[in-house]
Design a protein around this ligand. Structure first.
Ligand SMILES: Cc1cc2nc3c(=O)[nH]c(=O)nc-3n(C[C@H](O)[C@H](O)[C@H](O)COP(=O)(O)OP(=O)(O)OC[C@H]3O[C@@H](n4cnc5c(N)ncnc54)[C@H](O)[C@@H]3O)c2cc1C
Length: 272
């Protein structure tokens, strides 16, 4: 199928894009197009206008500022995966970005697009929650910052307003004694995960797990990880029982325990 007719706007800079969004209340931002264009082709989305930001170089930077890695909204998944500073300071983020879809998808899809689209099975929204990131949103009047945990409101739904553009995501560099592990299960390489988890472990046994693919959005839970494997898996299962998994509940809850344990083992090995 082909998309319904729409007006195409290609502003020269971010201010122009924000002004265009304000002038087109039924418009949508176009970034990598990897989620929006298929939805438009199936006519599940019919924006009156597309505000194309894909060429705005001011949103493509990765920099380390005040103890945080600030990633521009238009950084592609593959760039995030390969970036040297991201690998050094936030290796679990680099690892997760490398698991998004296939190479062709990673080469077009953007961090801002992934977070705004908010697919429940997507890696990067969950990474943002797990790493306690802050989302930076702009409209024509200014900027606001939202903790990633409050940004995701449910299935394909976020706190972003129609006149706003997600401009950057700030990932605080974790303290040296905090380690992370990441694991996911997909039917084939490149498929969306059926379930995935990020484990965060502090110097003691305390930490958190952030799951994805098991409900309408990222799910973070704090817990003290029991040393005993049986007790730990029981603790994971108790948390997973809360999720509204939809279909295949028994299977998905079991997967949630499996990926949590795999992520836990990686965190214990000392990965960050
Ligand atoms: C075959 C296939 C496999 C895939 N597999 C995976 C996978 O395994 N894991 C995964 O996480 N994703 C996967 N994806 C999705 C992919 O990661 C997309 O890149 C991502 O979901 C959207 O990013 P985008 O830049 O393409 O956004 P677009 O498609 O351009 O936009 C998506 C939505 O976000 C809005 N938007 C985009 N950028 C901004 C911004 N900066 N500010 C405000 N609104 C914005 C758009 O208006 C639109 O509503 C897959 C996609 C395909 C086609």
């Amino acid at each position: 199928m082909k998309p319904a007719a729409f007006e195409y706007v290609r502003p020269d800079n971010l201010q122009g894009a924000l002004a265009a969004l304000r002038d087109h209340p039924d418009g949508k931002v176009l970034a990598g197009g990897q989620s929006l264009i298929p939805l438009m082709n199936f006519r599940l989305s019919r924006p009156q206008a597309l505000v194309d930001i894909s060429h705005l170089t001011e949103l493509t930077g990765i920099s380390v500022v005040d103890g945080a890695v600030e990633v521009g909204a238009l950084v592609r998944h593959q760039q995030l995966h390969e970036h040297e500073e991201v690998r050094r300071l936030l290796p679990v983020l680099s690892e997760a970005a490398g698991e998004v879809g296939h190479w062709a998808i990673r080469n077009r899809g953007t961090l801002g697009g992934s977070l705004t689209h908010a697919d429940p099975a997507a890696e990067l929204p969950a990474a943002a929650v797990a790493l306690r990131a802050t989302v930076v949103l702009a409209n024509a009047d200014g900027q606001r910052e939202v903790p990633a945990e409050s940004f995701f409101l449910g299935f394909l739904t976020t706190d972003i307003q129609p006149d706003e553009i997600l401009v950057a995501v700030r990932f605080p560099v974790p303290p040296a004694d905090v380690r992370y592990g990441f694991a996911e299960f997909a039917r084939r390489p490149g498929d969306f995960a059926l379930a995935g988890a990020f484990v965060e472990m502090g110097g003691d046994a305390s930490g958190s797990i952030t799951w994805f693919g098991v409900s309408g959005g990222p799910e973070r839970r704090e817990l003290d990880f029991p040393d005993d494997a049986q007790a730990r898996k029981a603790a994971f299962a108790e948390l997973a029982a809360e999720f509204d998994t939809g279909e295949d509940a028994v299977y998905r809850r079991k997967l949630a325990v499996t990926v949590a344990e795999q992520a836990y083992q990686k965190a214990r090995e000392g990965r960050r």
